[in-house]
Design a protein around this ligand. Structure first.
Ligand SMILES: CC(C)(COP(=O)(O)OP(=O)(O)OC[C@H]1O[C@@H](n2cnc3c(N)ncnc32)[C@H](O)[C@@H]1OP(=O)(O)O)[C@@H](O)C(=O)NCCC(=O)NCCS
Length: 146
């Protein structure tokens, strides 16, 4: 419901359902306001030349946007991923939003992926630098249904 409202369609909710069904939800966090879910973020495992996860999707209920909930979910999820030994997080999204968290499309340019392009970004979780800057990355199979 939250995902459908935030994205204006069912695709991202279906992605989340498939990731959970496939056992590919590595980190899933929700933000609650007054007992209702106001935001949601999910990280899934990836095949990559370093320990990496994919951030997707991120959604905040339209009536709760622009209050920092999205940023809090991204930062909490990345901190959790780092604590679990993850070295990098990839995201597909708008650079104008994600660059504030350290994501860079430039840094992702060396990685081969069907999603390669200006919207594929990566952020290092350890020491500010990626341990590897080239290679192939493969998202969880659920993404191919998008
Ligand atoms: C993108 C989204 C998660 C941001 O959540 P949020 O809680 O509103 O974000 P925050 O409060 O942390 O940050 C708000 C800032 O992000 C900016 N912002 C929001 N969406 C943006 C976008 N697509 N591109 C650039 N900036 C964006 C806002 O302008 C605002 O900037 P300001 O602080 O300078 O005013 C939310 O708008 C959303 O759910 N959108 C629909 C779904 C979506 O597009 N998800 C992201 C793709 S995975």
């Amino acid at each position: 419901m939250l995902l459908t409202r935030a994205f204006g369609g069912p695709n991202e909710a279906a992605l989340v359902a498939r990731l959970h069904a496939d056992g590919a939800a590595a980190i899933a966090l929700v933000a609650c306001i007054g007992g209702a879910v106001a935001g949601h973020i999910l990280f899934s495992p990836m095949i990559a030349p370093m320990r990496a996860q994919a951030l997707a999707p991120l959604a905040v209920a339209p009536e709760h946007q622009r209050r920092g909930i999205g940023a809090a979910l991204v930062r909490a999820g990345m901190a959790r991923a780092a604590a679990e030994g993850c070295q990098a997080v990839f995201v597909l999204g708008d650079p104008a939003y994600y660059r504030r968290f350290g994501f860079s499309a430039e840094s992702a340019r060396g990685f081969a992926s069907p999603y390669a392009g200006p919207h594929l970004m990566v952020a290092a979780l350890v020491g500010g630098n990626l341990p590897v800057t080239t290679g192939e990355i493969v998202h969880a199979p659920a993404f191919s249904a998008l």
